[in-house]
Design a protein around this ligand. Structure first.
Ligand code: UCC
Length: 621
């Protein structure tokens, strides 16, 4: 019990006394001799008392993932896949998680020169980062998708494993995303460049750490990353042996400890000129080091100082005669690299869903441990309501991730119908853009649920938020991807949208006999109809509405996925509840904003006036 022995002591405790050292000493002596028991004396402080959140097996507790797999993977494959995911779900909560923490604490750095002044541009990475390279190979994180041991379900299995990996990967998931994309490109062009199968594909898809290669994707140049056609300055000079040398500056090159890269450049004509725009771009394959281990005429100018993903080396690279090989037809560079973009966008989606799942798991566990106002957090309905809203978002993002992966698996082995291919093309940017935004919201809310501890670096929680911010940016920002959604619809002459609508109808049909899902299903059906109608009537002004349009498609499709899962025989009551809660949202913000005249010329003008109201440089407007 806190009992104060004398007025002098009381004043000292209250901190009002300006003591000399001698006075303090005498007070302390008085305290020691007066049997006073103070709570923060060294003897009484005791062990620290906040119980920290625990990471349990990340597969075993994932109801949404387990149910989805049961619904889709045939029995002859399911047991093996589940066994491996369960083992891996344990590792990502233990040894792999520990490696990821080490990567955060030992970020990569660059040694430009050796002790004798020779330029070496040596990238130094943590031993933990290198260990994650080996684990990635051994666990088959790329190989699984290309071995195709589980037929079309191989891709889903691989993505589920990557989903478990992402928040414990120390961002090694970034090189894996690009490696996967590179393998997909090489596979798609193997008829024309069979030598790349032996040279690179074999290594990208290896399970042997000593053979396993990772790949970079160097697209972004000094003028920016979105407008690739306008920003690519790199030129390619033909050499007598048929190879090229590349000359350019790559501005944002992630995981630059990779072994190879795909990049875009403009081949020089005989007279030294190039073709501008998309039509001038070709795709090139290069290896980062030559046969002696020296950089392939690449200078690493600097490592980027980033908000997050600090575990991951990201560099500015000067290509100064880098030997490379053209692997697309002239002018087909953007189209050829889009196979890679599609994969990295799906990886991005997986990372977003995984980050949400991780923070929700941690926040849930913490709510059973943390006491406040005399009770455990889990007993406060307001707190649980907040967690429930996060859980609904997370389940929707997860189902979107799994569904896109499943469709990709069908495309991989050439069993996807035309309708499914169009759907995959449309869903890929939708999934990437929408889950990126959801992730920021849920992870931020998740940190808040830890109170001040969520803001403290030592808890390893803040990095979750820092690392998520990039998911809305790289591989295409939200607006760029919203425009890509329109590109997918236009390229298919509207068939992609029709496939979307039909697929939703099929999903809703599975819930036709379920009274609990009736209202939700009706809402999704109406939303899908509204979207079709809106696109039909406003085709010419869709660009104004692109973001809201993309959000509408995403929310509506996620609604249908949640309903389909909730209607399955493996579903729990919470699946039904999730679908009901989701469908209470405004599923079609594009229609609501349209009603408010948000896409008119007047609104555009007002937006401009609003944004620049008070701007101090009118001459720039
Ligand atoms: O590189 C980066 C960082 C690497 C780190 C990776 C980590 C991943 C982590 C995952 C988490 C673990 S970031 C930079 C990434 N850059 C982008 O994402 C580019 C963003 N910009 C775009 O997406 C633009 O929309 C562009 C570049 C595609 C627009 O270019 P254009 O020149 O205007 O494109 P066009 O003319 O519309 O299309 C050219 C061709 C067309 O083919 P054809 O002629 O056959 O019709 C298009 O259909 O490319 C085709 N195409 C596509 N095909 C364009 N986009 C796509 C697509 N998404 N899918 C299929």
């Amino acid at each position: 019990m806190f009992r104060v022995g004398s007025r002098r002591v009381q004043r000292l405790v209250n901190g009002r006394l300006r003591n000399t050292a001698a006075e303090v000493q005498s007070v302390v002596q008085e305290l020691n001799s007066s049997n006073v028991s103070l709570p923060f004396s060294r003897a009484n402080i005791g062990p620290f008392f906040q119980d920290q959140p625990r990471l349990d097996n990340q597969f075993t507790q994932d109801i949404t993932l387990k149910t989805y797999l049961k619904r889709h993977v045939p029995k002859q494959f399911l047991a093996e896949i589940e066994t491996d995911l369960e083992l891996f779900g344990g590792r990502v909560a233990t040894d792999i998680y520990d490696l990821s923490l080490r990567c955060e604490r030992e970020p990569p750095y660059l040694e430009h020169f050796d002790a004798w002044g020779k330029r070496i541009d040596c990238l130094v990475t943590s031993p933990a980062w290198q260990k994650l390279h080996d684990i990635s190979a051994e666990e088959g994180l790329i190989a699984i998708a290309y071995e195709r041991k589980y037929a079309e379900w191989s891709r889903l299995y691989q993505m589920c494993k990557l989903y478990l990996f992402f928040p414990s990967s120390g961002l090694y998931s970034c090189p894996l995303a690009m490696t996967d994309g590179a393998a997909k490109i090489i596979e798609s062009i193997q008829d024309k460049t069979p030598w790349l199968m032996e040279r690179a594909y074999r290594r990208l898809t290896s399970r042997d750490p000593s053979q396993f290669w990772t790949s970079g994707q160097w697209m972004t140049e000094r003028k920016g990353g979105s407008d690739v056609a306008g920003g690519t300055e790199t030129v390619a000079k033909l050499q007598p042996d048929g190879s090229y040398t590349l000359h350019g500056y790559k501005w944002f090159s992630s995981a630059n400890d990779s072994d190879m890269a795909f990049t875009l450049a403009r081949p020089l004509d005989d007279d030294g000129s190039t073709i501008m725009g998309t039509k001038g771009l070709s795709l090139f394959y290069l290896e980062v080091n030559d046969e002696n281990g020296n950089l392939n005429n690449i200078e690493v100018q600097k490592l980027k100082n980033k908000l997050g993903t600090r575990q991951l080396p990201t560099a500015e690279l000067l290509l100064d005669g880098t030997k490379a090989f053209k692997v697309s037809e002239d002018g087909r560079g953007t189209a050829a690299i889009s196979n890679m973009l599609m994969l990295t966008r799906i990886h991005n989606t997986t990372g977003a869903a995984a980050s949400m799942r991780r923070i929700v798991n941690l926040a849930r566990d913490y709510s059973t441990r943390r006491q406040a106002f005399g009770n455990v957090l889990k007993n406060y309905p307001l707190h649980v309501q907040t967690l429930a809203r996060m859980e609904v978002e997370t389940r929707a993002a997860c189902l979107m991730t799994f569904e896109v992966s499943r469709l990709l698996g069908r495309e991989d082995v050439d069993v996807a119908s035309e309708h499914e291919k169009q759907l995959l093309r449309l869903l890929t940017p939708l999934a990437k853009l929408y889950t990126g935004k959801q992730c920021m919201e849920v992870v931020s809310e998740g940190l808040e649920s830890f109170g001040g501890q969520g803001y403290i670096e030592d808890t390893d929680l803040p990095k979750l938020l820092r690392d998520c911010q990039v998911l809305t940016i790289w591989e295409g920002t939200t607006n760029i991807l919203s425009l890509d959604v329109l590109r997918a619809i236009a390229k298919s002459k509207g068939k992609a949208l029709q496939s979307f609508h039909e697929d939703i109808e099929t999903k809703l049909a599975s819930a036709a006999d379920n009274g609990d899902l009736k209202t939700a299903a009706e809402k999704v059906r109406q939303a899908s109809g509204t979207i079709l109608q809106f696109a039909g009537k406003n085709a010419s002004s869709l660009e104004f509405a692109a973001r809201d349009f993309a959000y509408s498609l995403s929310r509506t499709y996620m609604g249908s996925l949640l309903i389909e899962q909730a209607a399955s025989s493996y579903a729990s009551e919470s699946d039904v509840y999730t679908a009901q809660r989701w469908c209470e949202k405004d599923l079609t913000p594009v229609s609501s904003h349209f009603s408010n005249s948000a896409y008119t010329q007047d609104a555009t003008d007002s937006n401009f006036s609003l944004v620049f109201d008070g701007y101090l440089h009118p001459s720039r407007l």
